[in-house]
Write a protein that binds this ligand. Structure first.
Ligand SMILES: *Cc1c(COP(=O)(O)O)cnc(C)c1O
Length: 369
């Protein structure tokens, strides 16, 4: 079947990867992170597939409400907290848990009250310097929160460098969080993202927050997902929509930057940056065709990209091409495009048709070269 770019989401892989996270942090409870449309996998479908999680974490109240509207009943943690009184009211009405990371949010709570909010997670900055209170300000915030109407509290922070486990910064952050917890040992703590779960068991505490690993992407630099027991959940495929021969010296694509060094067979794939394939992927990237890697040539267009298929004489229009997924890890595509897999999986665009498979119906992804 000739078609344009399409996504196949393997729901069984999501459930499997959640089990990997749970096994890695057996004494912690799990907030499955499904922000940004579940990292591009589809918020509600992914959340249902991840139904064994103790709760979900999203970036904003809007994402939390979309989950509640779909009937998701688990705990939901809003990682950036509420931005205004209306969001606080919605959080109360729908039983959300909110991060509180700044003085202005504390003032919002002091003004509007905490009634109905399921839990407030006070976020400390232990070294990432993105969100969170400094130590003293945070302890002061804690006292002010405790003087409001009683609401369950928790302590959280976020690791900046856990994906590179040999970096010294993580130990410093973990130690700061440990000392913080000693001051308020009665409150549940949450520190670890995917990389923290896999590489730093001392950072697990009561609640872990896996994101990337749930989607089958390795959170640890230099380690393959497969070696960590993870299964990729996103398969980004397309078809060859044209095949042609190009003479030596002829240019291919916009700008004519690429010229054929000899007579070549060229395949045109029906996917481009308008579908979320990285424009910069052209420099060193390849796609998978008939079980082989074939290099991208010329610039990636909005709706198409060109590949050199000289080594695959049997290739014909309609043949299935893998942009990333089984047999071609998104980590590798990200490396050749000079970006991170997070950006690629979040960036597949709306026009790409998404299908969900309960069992994997894909080919096993054996790569021949
Ligand atoms: C996105 C996010 C996570 C999940 O991180 P991964 O690296 O995808 O596992 C956890 N905690 C916070 C605060 C986040 O913003």
């Amino acid at each position: 079947m000739i078609g344009r770019a399409r996504l196949l989401i393997d729901l069984a892989a999501l459930a499997h990867n959640l089990r990997v996270a749970k096994n890695a942090a057996p004494t912690s409870r799990v907030f499955a992170v499904v922000k940004a449309d579940a990292y591009g996998h589809g918020l509600v479908s992914a959340a249902r597939a991840l139904g064994a999680a103790d709760g979900f974490a999203v970036a904003c109240v809007g994402e939390a409400l979309a989950l509640r509207e779909a009937g998701i009943a688990q705990r939901i943690l809003v990682l950036e907290g509420a931005f205004c009184g209306a969001e606080l009211a919605a959080a109360a009405k729908f039983g959300l848990e909110l991060v509180i990371h700044a003085e202005w949010q504390l003032q919002l709570l002091e003004k509007d009250g905490t009634r109905g909010i399921s839990r407030l997670w006070l976020k400390f900055d232990t070294g990432m310097h993105r969100l969170g209170f400094e130590l003293d300000a945070g302890m002061d915030a804690l006292m002010r929160l405790r003087s409001l109407a009683p609401v369950p509290l928790g302590l959280m922070s976020h690791l900046a460098c856990a994906d590179e486990p040999t970096r010294p910064e993580t130990a410093v952050q973990i130690e700061r969080f440990r000392r913080l917890r000693l001051q308020v040992p009665d409150l549940p703590g949450s520190l670890a993202n995917s990389a923290g779960i896999l590489a730093f068991p001392v950072a697990h505490y009561e609640w872990v927050r896996p994101g990337l690993m749930l989607y089958g992407v390795s959170p640890l630099s230099g380690q393959r997902a497969e070696a960590l027991g993870l299964r990729p959940a996103m398969h980004f495929g397309a078809s060859l929509i044209a095949v042609k021969e190009v003479a030596a010296g002829e240019a291919v694509g916009y700008g004519g930057d690429w010229r054929a060094p000899c007579r070549i067979r060229l395949g045109i794939v029906g996917a481009g940056y308008g579908d979320g394939y990285p424009w910069r992927g052209a420099t060193a990237g390849s796609v998978r065709l008939h079980g082989h890697r074939v290099p991208i040539i010329g610039r990636v267009s909005m709706d198409m990209l060109a590949v050199n298929i000289s080594k695959i004489p049997a290739a014909a229009p309609g043949d299935e091409v893998t942009l990333w997924g089984r047999g071609l890890a998104v980590e590798e595509v990200a490396r050749s495009a000079g970006t991170t897999p997070y950006e690629l999986i979040c960036g597949v665009t709306r026009r790409v048709q998404r299908d969900y498979s309960p069992e994997s119906s894909l080919d096993p992804g054996v790569t021949l070269d």
